[in-house]
Design a protein around this ligand. Structure first.
Ligand SMILES: [Mg+2]
Length: 109
């Protein structure tokens, strides 16, 4: 996370408190889920989804500061490594590749 993002998130946590920001994160996660559901039903735009993704990323940054930024970064690296390994496996054996790989194709975009 950039220094500016970290600083703003620290200020938000100090101003509003960790309990409040955890509840806000839960609210934003729900809003993103709802926006994605509405998008797949043709009732929300890509911009509606983008704004909710931004809210979630901001709240996730605050959660990372609360729960341990370095530990979250380490976990992301571990999971991205695992995903990368899986993608390599798909390249080596195309029969294992997921049926739907392009969201625009899937949703007719
Ligand atoms: Mg929101």
């Amino acid at each position: 996370m950039t220094t500016d993002v970290r600083e703003i998130c620290r200020k938000a946590l100090a101003e509003f408190g960790s309990g409040h920001q955890i509840n806000k994160a839960k609210e934003e996660l729900f809003e993103l889920g709802a926006a994605l559901s509405h998008y797949t039903e043709g009732r929300a735009s890509m911009n509606d989804v983008r704004t909710e993704i931004a809210d979630v990323l901001i709240m996730a940054s605050q959660l990372a500061l609360l729960f341990g930024e370095q530990e979250v970064t380490n976990e992301m690296e571990r999971k991205l490594g695992r995903l990368s390994d899986r993608l390599g496996m798909y390249r080596e054996n195309p029969k294992l590749e997921p049926v739907v790989t392009n969201i625009d194709y899937y949703y007719g975009g």
